[in-house]
Structure formats: structure tokens, C-alpha cells
Design a protein around this ligand. Structure first.
Ligand code: NAP
Ligand code: 8YV
Length: 309
């Protein structure tokens, strides 16, 4: 059996599949990581889970493949891996519908104030205080998608189904797509009611949503972040939300998660979600299989099913 390093915890179904196929070494359980790597590092040919930096890679001289659990691989130093001829794979596509579903769920919840009005009825306030203020709606509103990729396209399809006007921004104009393309993120923000972030995280997109972008979205606008928390100037976001500079925000990811600033948690014009985009039983089972399939294909056939370039 091939020796696989578990650098971070993986869901139980993934762990079970891995246990059945590979010899596992649980680094995340080690009290002394350095001692663990000194004893076992040489044996390891594959790994999954957790943050993979150049230092960890240096301690795994025979590592051949990093099978990332997730489509976003900003937790992996891909440049360092490739410099050592180590392959990196991820888990694209199978999770896209679930992430898109949550995106629309967060948007509807924010537009129609669903959590607050749910609590209003639960608390018996409807009978005591009467009807609630009117809200916004998605139909006929405009949405700009930052990152019309695998997930972005699923989000766009669902926004069209909700009669929204869809546009997007990315580095390339996808001429085969029916949506309006903005080559400027700020121009798109000026022209939409909803700005949805679904581009990859990492150095290139760190703080791509600046205060200027948020101010361009303005008091009419709602921000949705279903990508990575570090992509947004979170302090600027909080200030604008608190001072009517933005209508609202629906966030599944946060800078510094799982810690979320009290000032953000105190706001009424937000919907907050614990990085749950792919967190359905069906999708996580598919992702778990995908990780194992990536490892098996490589070791049995030398094939890379979901390579990260
Ligand atoms: P993808 O298919 O690679 O799509 C990424 C899109 O972002 C592409 O359209 C790309 O278009 C655009 N893009 C890349 N770099 C950009 C930049 N610097 N500026 C503007 N646009 C840029 O990836 P995906 O499968 O849709 O996944 C997207 C991301 O979603 C993941 O990387 C992950 O961070 C996040 N995610 C979050 C959850 C969650 O639980 N919240 C779950 C899954 C994924 P161009 O190449 O034309 O720029
Ligand atoms: C994962 C995600 O839960 O796939 C991604 O990029 O953000 C989520 O689907 C996470 O990355 C792994 O824990």
C-alpha cells in the first residue's frame, strides 16, 4: 500500500475510503510535527488535507502528489510543489451546483430578510406588532459575477432563472457566453445591484474587492462573497455596511475565518454562513471520492484526473 500523509483532517467518508486503500500517516494528530516528519517523511509519496507550504514539502523528499480536498487550492504552495515535480490535484465540477445553490440561497435570504422575519414570527412578534417592512427582490435586479468559471456559470444560470440581468468580470472576455462582459471590475460594480465574488483566492486576487469597488457598488448594492475571505477589504466592508454605504452583504467566507469580527456580526444587513458552499452530504461524498480517485489514478495508471496547472 502507498504511504499517504494526512496533513489536515478530512471528512470521515474520505478517511474511510483512504484507510481502505492506503497506509495513512496522520500528521495533524502528531504532538511533535518535526519529530513525526523526521520519522516518517521519507516514506510519504502522497498527501491530502490542510495547508501545504514549501517547508512541509521540503520534509517530504519522496512526495509525488498532493490531492487537495477542495477546488480552491490557495492553501497549497503550488509553485513550490511543481518546482519539485510534485503534482497537485483538486476537486472541481462536482461541487459547483451546491456552491451555486448556497449563493442563491444567501442572496434570497438577504433580499427578503428571511432570517430576521423567521425569528420575528418565532418570537410571536407578528401577532403583537403586525406586519413587517417591505423588502427587495431578485427578479429584474442586476448581478455582476466576478469569476465566470465552473461555479460562476452555475450561479449565472440560476440568476437567469430568477429573471436577473447577469454580467461578469474576469481577465478574459468569454465570447461564447450570453452575459454582458465588463473588462473593469469597478465599472461592473457601478452598474449592478449585486456583486458576487466567485474567483479563486490567492495572492493575485488578495483584496481585489477594494474600498473603491465597494463604494462603486454603493448604497444600492449588495456584496456576496462565496469565494475567499481575503479577497475583500473587510474593514472597508464593515464601515460601509454600518453607515449606509452598502445595502447589505451575504458572506460564506471571511478574512481570518473562522474568527468573524464582532462589528460584522453585530450588523443587521448581513447574512453570515460558515464556509458552507460545498457542505452537503451528497457533494462532500463526491469530493471525497474525487480525492481518492485522483490518488488511485496517479499511482495505478500515472494519470492526473484533476491536475492544477
Ligand atoms: P474556475 O472554474 O477556475 O473559475 C475561476 C474564474 O475566476 C474564472 O472565470 C476566471 O476567469 C476568474 N479569475 C481567475 N483569476 C482572476 C482574476 N485575477 N481576476 C478576475 N477573475 C479571475 O474555479 P471554480 O471551480 O469556479 O471555483 C472558484 C473558486 O470558488 C475556488 O477557487 C474557491 O476559492 C471558491 N470556492 C468556494 C467554496 C465555498 O465553500 N465557499 C466552494 C468551492 C469553491 P479568467 O481566467 O477569465 O480571469
Ligand atoms: C471546501 C472550498 O470545503 O472547494 C473549495 O475551494 O472552499 C470548499 O468546498 C474547502 O476548500 C475544503 O475544506
Amino acid at each position: 500500500m502507498k504511504n499517504i500523509l494526512l496533513n489536515g483532517k478530512v471528512p470521515n467518508d474520505c478517511l474511510k475510503l483512504l484507510e481502505e486503500r492506503f497506509q495513512l500517516f496522520r500528521l495533524y494528530e502528531a504532538d511533535d510535527r518535526a519529530a513525526f516528519l523526521a520519522e516518517h517523511g521519507q516514506k510519504i509519496v502522497g498527501m491530502t488535507g490542510g495547508k501545504v507550504d514549501a517547508n512541509l514539502i521540503e520534509n517530504l523528499p519522496n512526495l509525488k502528489i498532493i490531492a487537495n480536498y477542495g477546488v480552491g487550492y490557495d492553501n497549497v504552495d503550488v509553485k513550490a510543489a511543481h518546482a519539485k515535480n510534485i503534482h497537485v490535484t483538486n476537486t472541481p465540477n462536482r461541487l459547483s451546483p451546491a456552491v451555486a445553490e448556497l449563493t442563491l440561497g444567501l442572496m434570497i435570504s438577504l433580499a427578503r430578510n428571511i432570517p430576521a422575519y423567521h425569528n420575528y414570527v418565532k418570537a410571536g412578534r407578528w401577532a403583537q406588532e403586525g406586519s413587517v417592512p417591505l423588502t427587495a427582490q431578485l427578479a429584474e435586479a442586476s448581478v455582476g459575477i466576478l469569476g465566470l468559471g465552473r461555479i460562476g456559470k452555475e450561479i449565472a444560470k440560476r440568476c437567469v432563472a430568477f429573471d436577473m440581468d447577469v454580467s461578469y468580470h474576469g481577465r478574459t472576455h468569454q465570447t461564447d457566453q450570453p452575459y454582458r462582459y465588463f473588462d473593469s471590475l469597478i465599472e461592473m460594480a457601478k452598474n449592478v445591484d449585486w456583486l458576487v465574488i466567485i474567483a479563486p483566492g490567492g495572492n493575485e486576487t488578495n483584496k481585489i474587492i477594494t474600498r473603491d469597488v465597494l463604494e462603486a457598488l454603493g448604497a444600492k448594492g449588495c456584496l456576496v462573497n462565496i469565494a475567499r475571505g481575503n479577497m475583500v477589504d473587510q474593514q472597508a466592508l464593515i464601515e460601509l455596511l454600518a453607515n449606509n454605504g452598502l445595502r447589505g452583504a451575504a458572506l460564506d467566507v471571511f478574512d481570518g475565518e473562522p474568527e468573524v469580527p464582532q462589528a460584522l456580526r453585530d450588523l443587521d444587513n448581513v447574512i453570515l454562513s460558515p464556509h458552507n458552499g460545498s457542505a452537503t452530504r451528497k457533494t462532500r461524498a463526491q469530493m471525497s471520492s474525487q480525492v481518492v480517485e485522483n490518488l488511485e489514478a496517479f499511482f495505478e495508471r500515472g494519470e492526473l484526473l484533476d491536475p492544477v496547472q
